[in-house]
Design a binder for this molecule. Structure first.
Ligand code: SGN
Ligand code: CA
Length: 524
């Protein structure tokens, strides 16, 4: 066991330093599928058209980690890594649809034991009900954007009228207002947004009208030099994004034409809306869809122009969906300010994985390519983190649990695989490790194959057992990962180093060899 109260006790000469009241609160604000490219603290062209001032405030008053990664780029597994501080093969939650084993150790269990009042509100997605949370109110599965149902602690389901991001925030603020003030708190406020179907709040519809959203340089990636599996992935804006479900153009608006679509998923969010909500939605999208259909019928779109149109509509909806998440962060920060809690609360903003906003022609996530591998990570701890810190440490979601424990002065179990980032918070030049390990175990959704790899500060290597292919990238010279340099003569030295680093990490984390590993089929 590692102890963190000791130093404080020696300095202050009293155990009171670790008494529950003086411990910092932890407010963990978490979203679903929020790409770092859609956060202005990270910079980049999208940030200029759709800034996120409240998330940026956390980064400005604290730190923004440029090299923050997930261990497995998919929802449930990422959350399980966060709760356990362990890689997926150790916590048993390998893919969405697995069942989180609540008998195992979690950070919530230790924080509760350390005297924290604990709560989780919003998206959970671990199949089993939360354990070691004094309060919880969660979305069933993926949850819904409009008029969502929340599962209650007594087993009942309640539906609320409104927009899910606002409702999740209302509930988090209510809980903060009514909590037991004699205890420090650990609150996980976990949004559904901006997950598919990227449905913005009505108040944000049109907020990006007239803005031409910059396209990524590789929107029309030809997948040359890389894995043979890339062209068969089912996550292209071109071929796999659906008109009604994703792009907000319903069949009844197609004026008798059948636009080619990958699948028909229907319009579940629209169907949930009240008559008044539908009216505002239609008042916004209706005329735009009519104009599009007129242009389409007039033959104004060639294949590439159609992809460009879809990209604009997709990313506009996505960025508008982010706006409500940023509003939520603003409301929560204001609550802390108004109640004298800001100074003694560590605030984090993160998301379960990243997302493709047209890079490689894609939406969705899963791959170890940068855009979905990266997790946003902003953290503010007044008096402890120097404002505007920009650490370069390779951070991973398995590091969150030990960090929270160190903040709480609690013991870190020996089998936790992550490392506390507190030394980095104290000195932003500190490094945590020289490489991170990655494993993706899903069995076919969006047709992304299982793959396993390693990333250093400068390079990435991963293996796709299904096709027996290695992929290697020079991230400094090829940040968009367009050229696989595996087996190139000039790669030989680094390739060897990456292979041995990969084996070293597999040994360190007790990870199974992909070749010998045969995961059980699980339903989503
Ligand atoms: C759903 C989505 C997928 C998405 C997964 C995983 N389809 O299945 O597009 O990749 O969730 O997302 S949908 O038709 O239900 O929207 S995750 O964030 O939960 O891992
Ligand atoms: Ca997700």
């Amino acid at each position: 066991m590692r102890h963190f109260c000791t130093a404080v006790i020696v300095v202050l000469g009293t155990t009171a330093a670790c008494s529950a009241q003086s411990l910092p609160n932890i407010l963990f604000i978490f979203s679903d599928d929020h790409a770092v490219n859609a956060i202005s603290a990270n910079g980049g062209p999208l940030a200029e058209v759709a800034p996120t001032p409240n998330i940026d405030r956390i980064a400005r008053e604290g730190a923004w980690f440029r090299n923050s990664f997930c261990a497995n780029s998919i929802c449930g597994p990422s959350r399980a890594c966060i709760l356990t501080g362990k890689h997926s093969h150790m916590n048993g939650f390998l893919r969405n649809g697995n069942t989180f084993d609540q008998s195992q150790w979690t950070v919530a269990k230790s924080l509760k034991k350390a005297g924290y009042q604990t709560a989780v509100i919003g998206k959970w997605h671990l199949q089993t009900d939360p354990v070691a949370f004094d309060h919880w109110e969660i979305l069933p599965g993926q949850g819904s954007y409009y008029n969502p149902v929340f599962l209650q602690m007594d087993g009942s389901k309640k539906q609320f009228e409104g927009y899910v991001t606002d409702l999740t925030t209302d509930k988090a603020v209510d809980w903060l207002s009514n909590r037991d003030e004699s205890k420090p708190f650990f609150l996980m406020c976990q949004h559904k947004a901006p997950h598919r179907t990227f449905a913005p709040a009505l108040r944000h519809l049109g907020s990006l009208d007239g803005v031409k959203i910059p396209e990524p340089a590789n929107l029309f990636d030809d997948y040359a030099t890389r894995s043979s599996t890339l062209p068969t992935n089912e996550m292209e804006i071109d071929r796999h994004m659906t008109w009604a479900y994703d792009l907000k153009l319903r069949r009844d608006e197609m004026e008798g034409l059948e636009l080619p679509t990958f699948r028909h998923y229907g319009t579940p969010e629209y169907n949930r809306m009240t008559a008044a909500q539908k009216k505002s939605w239609d008042a916004y999208f209706g005329p735009k869809n009519k104009a599009f259909m007129a242009d389409y019928k007039a033959g104004k779109f060639d294949d590439k122009q159609l992809v460009r149109w879809k990209y604009q509509r997709y990313v506009q909806n996505y960025l508008e969906t982010v706006k409500a998440v940023d509003d939520s962060v603003g409301r929560l920060l204001k609550h802390l300010d108004d109640h004298g809690l800001a100074d003694n609360t560590v605030v984090i903003y993160s998301s379960d994985q990243g997302f493709y906003l047209g890079e490689h022609g894609w939406f969705d996530k899963r791959w170890m390519f940068e855009e979905s591998f990266k997790m946003p990570f902003a953290i503010r701890w007044p008096g402890r983190i120097a404002p505007n810190s920009r650490p370069t440490a390779l951070l991973q979601n398995i590091d969150y649990a030990p960090t929270f424990l160190e903040i709480a002065g609690a013991e870190i179990p020996d089998d936790v695989q992550g490392k506390s980032m507190v030394p980095v918070l104290d000195d932003s030049s500190t490094q945590l490790r020289d490489a991170v390990y990655y494993a993706y175990y899903e069995l076919g959704e969006h047709a992304v194959p299982q793959h396993f790899g390693v990333r250093t500060h400068t390079h990435k290597l991963f293996y796709i057992p299904g096709t027996d292919e290695w992929q290697m990238f020079d991230l400094d010279n090829d940040p968009l990962e367009m050229t696989n340099i595996y087996r190139r003569p000039e790669s030989a030295v680094v390739q060897k180093q990456l292979h041995s680093k990969y084996e070293e990490l597999r040994t360190l984390y007790k990870a199974p060899a992909y070749a010998r590993y045969a995961p059980k089929q699980s339903k989503k």
